[in-house]
Write a protein that binds this ligand. Structure first.
Ligand SMILES: *Cc1c(COP(=O)(O)O)cnc(C)c1O
Length: 370
């Protein structure tokens, strides 16, 4: 059993085939190639309007570069307090924005709400020049908790942002899983709900290393080419990033893969619940956060089971864990099979047999032996 992350998955065969196909003859360098133009056309199709796309190879670069387009160094980027940009990018957003301040707001299930975002904006520490000025809102879709925002939720947050001239960014490292989960259109989940730039992740969903900064607001294009180059993220053989993304967009493969990952996570969650285990967050995409009693966790670790132990301040009171319980984060990828989910559940059964042996009903006194 290894469900530590969706980035332990291999690259999808279609991606490797596209790389091989792109590997013939010369192509114009630095993103001026045919593949890059094809990606922009495919993305414009997906989003139902012409979009600009800047391709990079890590989600961290996509987030940091997008946010740098939105904020001055004296600005604040507001995100969920447990967001990837806050904790998992080693200060890249601060570095690329030349020192903008990243400010976290709370919210259950990894999501900001109009109350928590509006509440933060309502605090009295936003007076220039003493304080930083709110400049960008960043929403993770799907969230760090494996939950998803609905278009109406994004729209309501964007409306507050727009009222304060705050730009809206979406960290879509798992955007595909969110689209598959909500059945909403990519357009409704982004620009029609006020999102102006999207870090559209492909790596976790089948690429080898490919992410697209998708811009819906034309003014955000200005100087992004220079910013990407200056940051060392402009590939001279850019066709190889583009080829990966084109392979996934072509024919809607990206959505098929995300649907598969989400379905495997849902099967896993059902199996865990059938064994009396409870989840810490609603399972809405490809991530499952399950409470494990300490003995079960120990038994699973002893068997070499692969998952991460998670902590979060964002758990709803009715989903709180019991004494000594730990949260295990288990993620299904596009490559996870139904058989692997069954193997995981079998492992858990074996660990449960050690950790919580089923008590036999004692034989009533005086009852006949046979
Ligand atoms: C994986 C991930 C990223 C991108 O991470 P990289 O390792 O830089 O590619 C960004 N945001 C979220 C929410 C992620 O899960």
């Amino acid at each position: 059993m290894n469900l530590t992350s969706d980035n332990i998955a291999p690259a999808h065969p279609a991606v490797l085939e596209a790389l091989a196909a792109a590997n013939s003859g010369p192509a114009r360098p630095y993103g001026h190639d045919e593949e890059n133009a094809r990606v922009e056309a495919l993305l414009s199709d997906v989003f139902e309007k012409p979009v600009a796309a800047f391709l990079v190879t890590t989600g961290t670069a996509a987030n940091a570069l997008s946010l740098a387009q939105m904020t001055p160094p004296w600005g604040a980027v507001i995100g969920h307090e447990e967001a990837h940009v806050m904790h998992d990018e080693c200060g890249a957003p601060e570095f690329f924005t030349n020192g903008a301040k990243i400010v976290g707001a709370p919210g259950l299930d990894g999501k900001l709400t109009t109350e928590t975002f509006g509440g933060l904006l309502g605090r009295d520490f936003w007076t220039p020049p003493t304080h930083v000025t709110p400049a960008a809102l960043t929403l993770s879709q799907a969230t760090e908790a494996g939950t998803v925002y609905r278009p109406a939720e994004i729209g309501a947050l964007s409306e507050i942002a727009r009222g304060r001239r705050i730009r809206v960014h979406m960290d879509g490292a798992r955007f595909a899983n969110a689209v598959a989960s909500t059945h909403a259109s990519p357009a409704d989940l982004t620009w029609r709900s006020g999102v102006e730039a999207l870090s559209f992740g492909f790596t976790k969903n089948g690429a080898m290393a490919a992410e697209a900064i998708v811009l819906f607001a034309e003014d955000l294009i200005q100087n992004l080419a220079e910013r990407r180059k200056r940051g060392g993220h402009t590939w001279s053989k850019g066709r190889f990033i583009a080829a990966q993304i084109a392979a996934l967009l072509e024919g809607g493969l990206w959505l098929d893969l995300a649907r598969s990952a989400n379905a495997r996570a849902a099967e896993l969650a059902l199996g865990l619940e059938a064994r009396g285990l409870r989840t810490a967050f609603p399972v809405e995409a490809n991530e499952v956060f399950v409470w494990l009693p300490a003995a079960l966790h120990e038994a699973l670790k002893a068997r070499g089971a692969g998952y991460y132990v998670w902590t979060s301040e964002s758990i709803a009171p009715e989903r709180a864990g019991g004494d000594g319980e730990v949260i295990a984060r288990m993620i299904a990828s596009f490559a996870t099979t139904g058989a692997e989910v069954q193997t995981a559940l079998t492992e858990i059964d074996a660990a449960l047999a050690v950790a919580a042996p089923r008590k036999r009903a004692p034989r009533p006194l005086g009852a006949p032996l046979f």
